[in-house]
Design a protein. Structure first.
Ligand code: DQQ
Length: 582
């Protein structure tokens, strides 16, 4: 009987895998199977998650009348992608969330087959408007707007879709099945709104540009805002960032709506982020935006291709940022999918979380973006332990005791004793940090590193996830720092997809001789921020032994050079109210 059931599931999965709609795999037989039970062991404690079922992209984040709003792609009927609606939650602090009734769901011919991703724009009158992709009866992707029914309700519970939708149709030159995910609109000096929609032309990704005077009639520009040879561009995001030396602190956010003001427009840089349907990762460039010509040009420093800089080198997709007027910052949301199997998700009764919202800004040097968990999450810190000035000799490790690490926030700084021990860097590795981390993983001894954390680890270390650094030298004075996440030993379960993830860290290690790591651990998610948020890696892991109170935290050093933990602070994290209904 069990074999027959297993066979049926395998057959279903193989068949379903052939049917790929948009970027998500469709499992018609599973998508409306209500979860009977919800697994609590691996469920996250302080990450954004609904009580059950599937979630994907964050949609339309915004701040309105004292509340943060987050909408997200949600399957109310099952733990796989399908039946997608815009679920809706609100929070006063980005920590405790209240789940409201769904905001947008298929109800009209222009979205009867699906309500996909989109963004919110707060108009100068204070009126928020959502623009989202609807799937029409012919399976065409069209863009629709929705307005709040009652502006005096800060919860914005009810949304109205005007009958004049769709407001943007795929015209003849556009591939109607690759035309989605409108951005927040920005206002030009000519008094016209602009926004972009993700698309592709053959294998070329494009950000199709539209303009409108009244947010109702939208006209396609003669040229796209930008394009690149990286396949379909999903969930584009385009926004201004402050630069160091300008009139505002470079860490503060810039409201997209301020761009009609030339003085503001001239002292900022612009970020274009695209989500690549082909590889399932995102990259961004920073550049200049010519308001008159409506063209975006990435700075030469930023590769505008598959080797581009990423927000996150792990499992982080379909992200979207918004300007938070309450704290004058830009906040980034991103979806982290599961990496276990579909039968596991069915059994767990849930799939998908949102990463901890991150404050995002341009580094002082202007060479990259910096991300840091929003300051509010510190309010969840509880029981605390501290280790300082502890040397870890080559091949040694120690356990951090006195606190429960399964749901925790760990900040550590590692000083390197002898940089001369660094291994030689092969320039061919420059474009393949991930491959390098796979080859030289946490158990391969090195010169300087691997050193870092083993977390969600069983006492016998048979299960463990490694987050670590390794330093290479290019010549006698120059070094390359690699940050890695190695989950290959994270679980006894052999079927789980466990890729190593990695990115290079842009720091002058010869000068600092020290590197910082912050890691947010939450049962089945590990979110790491290297060197103060220069390199970020999120990974999903599913330990079988290292769960609950049995999950341990260790510091290890598998490199020849001694390492000193100059300081390590670790806090247990409390569980906020996560998406309880009103
Ligand atoms: N998810 C949505 C699409 C988007 C994709 C559908 C990205 O609008 O392109 O759920 O994950």
């Amino acid at each position: 009987m069990r074999t027959a059931a297993a066979l049926l599931i395998v057959t279903l999965i193989c068949w379903a895998a052939l049917v790929v709609r948009a970027s998500h795999i469709v499992y018609p037989e599973l998508q409306s199977l209500e979860a009977k039970e919800v697994d609590k062991e691996l469920r996250t404690g302080y990450h954004f998650q609904p009580p059950k079922h599937w979630i994907n992209d964050p949609n339309g984040p915004m701040y309105y009348k004292g509340l943060y709003h987050l909408f997200y792609q949600y399957n109310p009927k099952g733990a796989v992608w399908g039946n997608i609606i815009w679920a809706h939650s609100v929070s006063t602090d980005l920590i405790d969330w209240v789940a409201l009734e769904p905001a947008i769901y298929p109800s009209k011919p222009f979205d009867v087959k699906g309500c996909w991703s989109g963004s919110a724009t707060v108009l100068p009158s204070g009126m928020p408007v959502i623009m989202y992709t609807g799937i029409d009866p012919r399976e065409r992707q069209v863009q629709n707007v929705a307005y709040p029914a009652n502006l005096s309700d800060p919860f914005l519970r009810q949304w109205i879709k005007p009958t004049y939708n769709p407001i943007i149709n795929p015209d003849q030159g556009i591939n109607a099945s690759a035309f989605r995910d409108p951005t927040t609109a920005w206002y030009g000096p000519d008094g016209h709104w602009r926004l972009i929609v993700g698309s592709k032309e053959n294998m070329r990704g494009i950000a199709i540009l539209y303009r409108s005077r009244d947010f109702k009639i939208w006209v396609k520009a003669h040229h796209s805002l930008h394009a690149g040879d990286t396949g379909m561009w999903e969930c584009p995001d385009f926004y201004p960032v402050a630069v160091a030396g300008g009139s505002r602190p470079h860490r503060s956010g810039v409201d997209t709506r301020e761009l009609h003001n030339r003085a503001v427009a001239e002292e900022v840089k612009y970020v274009l982020k695209v989500s690549l349907d082909l590889t399932r990762y995102e990259y961004y460039t920073v550049g200049t935006y010519d308001h008159g010509k409506d063209r975006y040009t990435p700075d030469p420093l930023f590769p505008d291709n598959d080797y581009g800089l990423r927000y996150d080198y792990g499992d982080f997709y379909a992200s979207k940022s918004f300007f938070d007027p309450a704290k004058k910052r830009r906040v980034l949301w991103g979806w982290a999918n599961e990496s276990d199997t579909v039968p596991d998700d069915r059994q767990k009764g849930w799939a998908g979380i949102q990463a901890i919202p991150r404050k995002i800004f341009l580094s002082r040097s202007g060479r990259q973006l910096i991300q840091w968990p929003v300051e509010e999450i510190k309010s969840l810190r509880g029981n605390h332990v501290n280790v300082s000035n502890k040397a870890v000799k080559s091949g040694n490790y120690f356990k951090v005791t006195g606190f429960k690490s399964v749901q925790s926030d760990v900040e550590a700084a590692f000083a390197i004793k002898n940089l001369d021990k660094a291994e030689k860097f092969d320039p061919a590795w420059r474009t393949d940090a991930q491959g390098l981390c796979k080859k030289l993983n946490s158990h391969v001894k090195g010169g300087v590193g691997p050193f870092g954390l083993w977390l969600l680890a069983s006492d016998d270390l048979k299960e463990r996830t490694a987050v670590f650094f390794r330093v290479f030298k290019t010549n006698d004075t120059n070094y390359v720092v690699l940050m890695c996440n190695d989950p290959t030993r994270s679980s006894y379960e052999s079927k789980i997809y466990r890729p190593t993830f990695a990115g290079f860290v842009n720091i002058d290690i010869a000068k600092t001789k020290k590197i910082a790591l912050r890691t947010l651990i939450d049962h089945s998610v590990v979110e790491s921020f290297g060197a103060g948020g220069k390199t970020c890696i999120l990974t999903r892991v599913y330990p079988r032994k290292a769960i609950g109170d049995d999950a341990q935290l260790f510091v290890f050093n598998n490199g020849e050079s001694e390492i000193k933990v100059t300081n390590l602070h670790a806090w247990e994290m409390k569980t906020p109210t996560m998406n309880q209904p009103e």
